[in-house]
Design a protein around this ligand. Structure first.
Ligand SMILES: Cc1cc2nc3c(=O)[nH]c(=O)nc-3n(C[C@H](O)[C@H](O)[C@H](O)COP(=O)(O)O)c2cc1C
Length: 345
């Protein structure tokens, strides 16, 4: 069966779920233009998630992908948190902020039975996971809905593991990709694989379709992915400047500038490696410098800096997730971007 039929879409183009940069509007626009729209749950409350799914369903009868993280929440480590806060203290002083008032979050919620309960009555036809797969009973529950299960692999071993453990489609997330690395069998960023090699190694060898992700932002990139054997593509960064994305003003402005040409993988913003546009804190601490608290706890102490700086139009402390081809992201409607990418499929 083709991946288009499996997913119930016209062209094998998946709009990458992008927590913090989109809601149902982007998903609706891409779905209406013939791709697969995705709603990311990681930064939404359960009520928000239910509302975004309902908004999608009110707008279109196209299939929807709902995306979940499936990390194991860490035990807080007071010493590591204290060291992290100490390394941020000069910035707190500079911005006139007080570390004694740091609130919790922004946490990222993993997939749980409680979340599955919310979807039970009217489950989405497609569910995608990042950071591996949830526990086997949860995977079985999602499959019991009849949902197609997608999951991201960043190495050949991860692709094999996902195919053997319930993924119906494997997303080959190359090193070029924006946002969090979906890595789950390794923590070694030095051995992460580029899109070219990963897609070519995985395509045709897993027994399930392989979708290419990472650095694909133009019709040329889509054609290259297909040539390498990808059954489809998942595209994120190319949609960040679309009118339907909720990309923040500083992120949008930076994407439109020459700075978008320089991205790096950093653990500073959340505690897990993720690719974003290099900014002041990444330059000064080092993208993989310090030892921030484990994912997603690092975000709490960064958040007040980010809010204060952004209120002055500064991106100094903002995570600006973007892939290595961010410079190709253009300001257009999501339908126009979808049409361009679809033309190569
Ligand atoms: C702003 C942003 C947010 C992201 N958030 C998520 C997410 O919530 N869930 C997820 O599975 N992947 C997320 N990703 C990664 C994408 O699924 C995908 O791997 C990536 O966008 C592909 O590379 P590209 O950005 O170069 O197209 C995000 C990527 C970006 C750019």
């Amino acid at each position: 069966m083709t991946i288009e039929r499996l997913l119930g879409i016209q062209s094998p183009l998946i709009q990458a779920p992008m927590a913090g940069s989109q809601d149902s509007r982007l998903a609706i626009a891409v779905a209406e233009a013939g791709g697969l729209g995705s709603v990311p749950s990681a930064l939404m409350s359960p009520d928000q998630l239910v509302e975004e799914i309902a908004a999608f369903r009110r707008a279109t009868s196209a299939p929807l992908n709902v995306n979940f993280f499936c990390h194991v929440p860490p035990e807080p480590d007071a010493a590591r948190e204290a060291a992290w806060r100490a390394s941020l203290e000069p910035y707190y002083r500079e911005l006139g902020l007080d570390q004694s008032a740091i609130p919790d979050g922004p946490g990222r919620a993993p997939f749980t039975h409680d979340l599955a309960d919310l979807l039970d009555g009217d489950p989405p036809p497609v569910v995608s996971f990042h950071f591996g797969l949830p526990a086997a009973d949860l995977v079985a529950r999602v499959k019991g809905w009849g949902a197609v299960v997608l999951a991201s692999a960043t190495t050949v071993e991860e692709g094999q593991w996902l195919a053997e453990n319930g993924a119906d489609v494997v997303i080959a997330q190359g090193w070029e990709a924006g946002g969090h690395r979906g890595m789950f069998l390794t923590t070694d960023v030095g051995t992460q694989v580029g899109t070219f090699a990963l897609v070519e190694r995985l395509a045709g060898s897993l027994g399930v379709p392989v979708v290419a992700a990472g650095g694909i932002a133009t019709a040329t990139g889509v054609r290259a992915a297909r040539t390498l054997g990808a059954a489809g593509v998942q595209v994120g960064t190319a949609f960040l400047r679309s009118s339907e994305a909720t990309t923040s003003p500083v992120h949008r402005a930076t994407l439109a500038s020459a700075a978008a040409g320089t991205t790096a993988v950093t653990h500073l913003f959340t505690g897990r490696p993720a690719r974003g546009i290099v900014n002041r804190i990444m330059r000064e601490i080092g993208a993989t410098g310090a030892e921030p608290p484990a994912f997603p706890l690092a975000g709490a102490a960064i958040a007040p800096l980010r809010t204060a700086a952004e209120s002055h139009g500064s991106s100094d402390f903002s995570p600006m997730w973007a892939g290595q081809n961010a410079i190709a992201a253009r300001e257009a409607s999501a339908a126009e971007i979808t049409e361009e990418l679809r033309s190569a499929l």
